[in-house]
Structure formats: structure tokens, C-alpha cells
Design a protein around this ligand. Structure first.
Ligand SMILES: [Zn+2]
Length: 107
């Protein structure tokens, strides 16, 4: 079972709702390297893991590396990561993001 959401808060809420059902023994959170939100989520996750009846659920965070394809030179691989985005490390061109934006929970 996999749930994907674009909006983080919604994802967190759905995640908690599902865990409250108590049917799940473990959850894997896939988190893309380019996602800017992990802090809040991780706080919540620690709370769930240590302070609540949900603490029996084993939660694992799996980071997903960023991969890009350059729109100019067609290079594929790790991007050059800037403060406000990513670009091609070879020609500094615009890129298509192949991975790194993931945020999903698998139960
Ligand atoms: Zn390039």
C-alpha cells in the first residue's frame, strides 16, 4: 500500500490516521533529497515513535537521492544543488528532475 501526496501536511495527517487503525506494524517513509520539509515531519515522527500508543509501529525513513537529466546536454546523474533549485553540473543548464522530490509512506 502506498500513499502519495503533494502537500506535506496532508500526507502527515493521512499517515497518522492510518497508523491509528492499528493494523500496521511498520511504515517506511520515502523522503526525496530535494524536499525542504523534513524537520516538521521528523518531529512528529519522533513524537509518534516515543510518546504514544503508536510507538509499536516501526517507522523507517528512507532518503531518496536526487537524480536529474539535463535539458541542454542530456547529462544524467547527480544535480548541482543550489539554494533555490538544481542545475546541470556540466553545462549549468536547466534540468528535468528524475528523482529527489518524493514524499510517500508505505505501510
Ligand atoms: Zn547539461
Amino acid at each position: 500500500m502506498e500513499i502519495k501526496h503533494l502537500r506535506e501536511q496532508k500526507a502527515v495527517d493521512s499517515f497518522i490516521e492510518l497508523l491509528k487503525e492499528g493494523k500496521y506494524k511498520k511504515a517506511t517513509v520515502k523522503l526525496g533529497e530535494l524536499r525542504g520539509m523534513p524537520e516538521d515531519f521528523l518531529k512528529l515522527y519522533e513524537y509518534l515513535a516515543w510518546e504514544s500508543p503508536l510507538s509499536k509501529v516501526k517507522i523507517r525513513v528512507k532518503p531518496v537521492k536526487a537524480k536529474i537529466q539535463c535539458l541542454s546536454c542530456d547529462w544524467k546523474g547527480d544535480p548541482e544543488i543550489l539554494k533555490n533549485g538544481v542545475r546541470c553540473p556540466r553545462c549549468k543548464g536547466d534540468v528535468k528532475i528524475l528523482s529527489g522530490n518524493e514524499f510517500s509512506v508505505e505501510l
